[in-house]
Each structure stands twice: as structure tokens, then as C-alpha cells.
Design a protein around this ligand. Structure first.
Ligand code: HEC
Ligand code: HEC
Length: 316
């Protein structure tokens, strides 16, 4: 695509962005069970690792390190992405190998270097806990299978949305909320910075796969799943809403800060694996700090987990 067409497409799609859902709604019984399971190390063979061990709420539901460790201390091959704002996502994992949150949840439980628990054993362990049996029963599920467990975890994750950010006020029509730097940064993001070619919509992701020059021979990304050479070096575009606290960035956590990311986009790698989609940007220092100012407007409140605890107690 030419830059001009890209920009027009980005502007049109940016206009479709809707504010994130705010918190404060009721927690369903299934979501409450999912919350309990998400924090329960019972789902790992040595009973020492829960989903929340790597998706830590205080770190934006990420691990806070480039490559985390599994139940036995093995280093993981990729950075843990967040689990918030995924309700509308179509693909999961950096290479999109899962097509739903239900399918995704099975992955880490049985992955030998993550939680290493056979799925039938996971179901048996949950079934044997009286508190889960009672809670699932109250949710109308009497047969606790791995499907039921995945369904509950997925329901919990689907409800995790961040609250409105300053950008949402701007989007709702109050243009006075941005200072000059934020407004300049917004323009760069949507026009000559070309960021919105891939980062657009409510969460600033197109949910698709792109080669931005971060692939390696060890990890070529999407092409291993799609078996399409076009996808060599492509990874899922991460959401930029509520980026703060989710450092380090990229599928391998190679960048510690937003400054590092912006420096990378300014001068894309020329020796990338496959064909990079990025053009050099020639951003000035002023542009760089303006984009950062705009990025500050994308952070809203993280989901409040207190209602889940209360909803779980109510099921007992
Ligand atoms: C040992 C660390 C670890 C544990 C435990 C873990 N995860 Fe993850 N999670 C990761 C990593 C690393 C990835 C990215 C892997 C990849 O892309 O290949 C990931 C990816 C995900 C994604 C995909 C997000 C996206 O945007 O595509 C979801 C959802 C998720 N995990 C939920 C869970 C749930 C639910 C559990 C518990 C059943 C769990 N994780 C347990 C490390 C972990
Ligand atoms: C051609 C599509 C494309 C364009 C254009 C693009 N990005 Fe990205 N962005 C991606 C992909 C794909 C990744 C993930 C790559 C990886 O993990 O190796 C990413 C990752 C990021 C991350 C890390 C987020 C995280 O959670 O790890 C940030 C921040 C980011 N981009 C900001 C920007 C900015 C700012 C611009 C404009 C200067 C931009 N992007 C332009 C596709 C794009």
C-alpha cells in the first residue's frame, strides 16, 4: 500500500474506535469461578504456578520480565502478553495459534515447561475440591470437565476490560482534554508515523500479523502456524491501550521502554527475517517526545478484581 492510502485507511478505521467498557458491572458465577481458577496453583503439576504467576495483575497482567519462567524454572521462549481487553480478539498467542480464549487456556496447563498438568488430571483436581464443586453446581454445571474449566477461565478473561482513558474523552468529542504535545503526537501516530496502519480500533490493534523486523531464525512467528512464507517474521500486533506497566515490549521482551520502541521504529532493521513492512520514519526528537505524550493518553484504570472475590464468596 502507498503511504497515502495507508493513512486514509488508518484515519477511517480510527474513527470507528469505541471507548473501552468500564468496570462496575455484575460478575457472573462463571466469571467468579474463572477468577478463582486463574489464581489457583492447583492447575500446575507441582502446585506452584497459576496463570497469575505469569499474568500478574500488578504488571498489567504480564510477567514484568522479558522471558518468564515456568513451574520448573525453565525460561519461556516468549514474553507473556496481557490478558485484558481480549474480548474481541480473534487470535491468541503471538503467532495466533489459538482461535478462542477457551482453546488458549488449555495450552499453558498442559505445556511441559509452563504448568505441566495433563488436562484430565486438571479436571480431576478441580472436581475433587468441594469449593469448586459447589460453585460450578451453582453456576449450573454439574460435570466439571476441562471444557467447563476453560469456559470459566475464558469468561473471567473476557470480562477484563480497562476503563476509559483520556483518549476516550477526546474521542467522545472533548478536544480540549489534550495539551499541544498530545495533539501533535496524535497526528504523528495517525499520519506520518504510520503507527495506525496496524495499531487501530478500540485497543489499537488490528488483531492481525505483521513483519516489523523482529523475527529470528529460532522464532519466525506466524509462518510456523500458517505455513505461508508471506508470514515469515510476522507476529500478532499487540494492543497499545494500557501499555504502561506492561514493559518490557515485543514478543521477546527485547525493549525495556517506549523510548527503545520508538528508536526502533524510526530506523527499522534492514536485515530483517522476511520482508519488513516498516519504512524509515525520520522522526525528530520533538516528534518522539510528542508521540510519548500522546501515549500517556491511552492509559485508563485497570480492572478492579475485588468484585470477583465477593462473587466467589457468594457461591460458597
Ligand atoms: C509460565 C508462565 C505462564 C503461565 C503459567 C501462563 N501463561 Fe499465559 N502466556 C504466557 C506466555 C509466554 C504467552 C505467550 C506465548 C506465545 O505467544 O507463544 C502467554 C499467552 C497467553 C494468552 C494470549 C494473549 C494474547 O493476546 O494472545 C492468554 C489469553 C493467556 N496466556 C492466558 C493464560 C491462562 C488462562 C493461564 C492459566 C491457565 C496462563 N496464561 C498461564 C505465559 C504464561
Ligand atoms: C506494520 C504494522 C505495524 C506498524 C506500522 C507499527 N506497529 Fe507497533 N507493533 C506491530 C507488531 C506486529 C508488534 C509486535 C512485534 C513483536 O512482538 O515482535 C508491534 C509492537 C509494538 C509495541 C510493543 C507493545 C507490546 O505490548 O509489546 C509498541 C509500543 C508499538 N508497537 C508501537 C508502535 C508505534 C509507536 C508505531 C508507529 C511509530 C508502530 N507501533 C507501528 C505492528 C506495527
Amino acid at each position: 500500500m502507498t503511504s497515502c492510502r495507508r493513512i486514509l485507511a488508518a484515519l477511517a478505521l480510527a474513527a470507528l474506535a469505541l471507548p473501552a467498557q468500564s468496570a462496575g458491572r455484575d460478575v457472573s458465577p462463571l466469571e467468579a469461578i474463572g477468577w478463582k481458577l486463574f489464581f489457583d496453583p492447583l492447575l500446575s503439576k507441582p502446585r506452584n504456578t497459576s496463570c497469575a504467576s505469569c499474568h500478574i495483575p500488578e504488571n498489567g497482567f504480564e510477567s514484568g520480565v522479558a522471558l518468564g519462567e515456568g513451574a520448573y524454572g525453565d525460561t519461556l521462549p516468549r514474553n507473556a502478553p496481557t490478558v485484558v481487553n481480549l474480548a474481541d480478539a480473534e487470535f491468541f498467542f503471538w503467532d495466533g495459534r489459538a482461535g478462542s480464549l477457551e482453546e488458549q487456556a488449555r495450552g499453558p496447563i498442559e505445556n511441559p515447561i509452563e504448568m505441566d498438568l495433563a488436562l484430565d488430571e486438571a479436571a480431576r483436581r478441580v472436581r475433587d475440591e468441594a469449593a469448586y464443586a459447589t460453585a460450578f453446581g451453582r453456576a449450573g454445571i454439574n460435570d466439571i470437565t476441562i471444557d467447563a474449566i476453560a469456559q470459566a477461565i475464558a469468561a473471567f478473561e473476557r470480562g477484563l476490560a480497562t476503563g476509559p482513558a483520556l483518549f476516550d474523552k477526546w474521542l467522545a468529542g472533548d478536544r480540549s482534554v489534550f495539551n499541544e504535545a498530545q495533539e501533535r503526537g496524535r497526528m504523528i501516530f495517525f499520519t506520518r508515523g504510520q503507527c495506525a496502519t496496524c495499531h487501530f480500533g478500540p485497543n489499537f490493534t488490528d488483531g492481525a500479523f505483521h513483519n516489523i523486523g523482529t523475527g529470528t531464525a529460532d522464532d519466525p512467528g506466524r509462518s510456523k502456524i500458517s505455513e505461508d512464507d508471506y508470514d515469515i517474521g510476522a507476529f500478532k500486533t499487540p494492543a497499545l491501550r494500557n501499555w504502561k506497566g506492561r514493559e518490557p515490549f515485543m514478543h521477546d521482551g527485547r525493549f525495556e521502554t517506549l523510548d527503545d520502541v520508538l528508536a526502533f521504529y524510526n530506523e527499522p532493521k534492514t536485515d530483517a527475517l522476511g520482508q519488513t513492512e516498516l519504512d524509515p520514519l525520520d522522526l525528530s526528537e520533538q516528534d518522539h517526545s510528542d508521540i510519548k505524550a500522546f501515549f500517556e493518553t491511552l492509559n485508563g484504570p485497570w480492572p478492579d478484581l475485588a468484585p470477583y472475590e465477593a462473587a466467589w464468596q457468594a457461591l460458597q
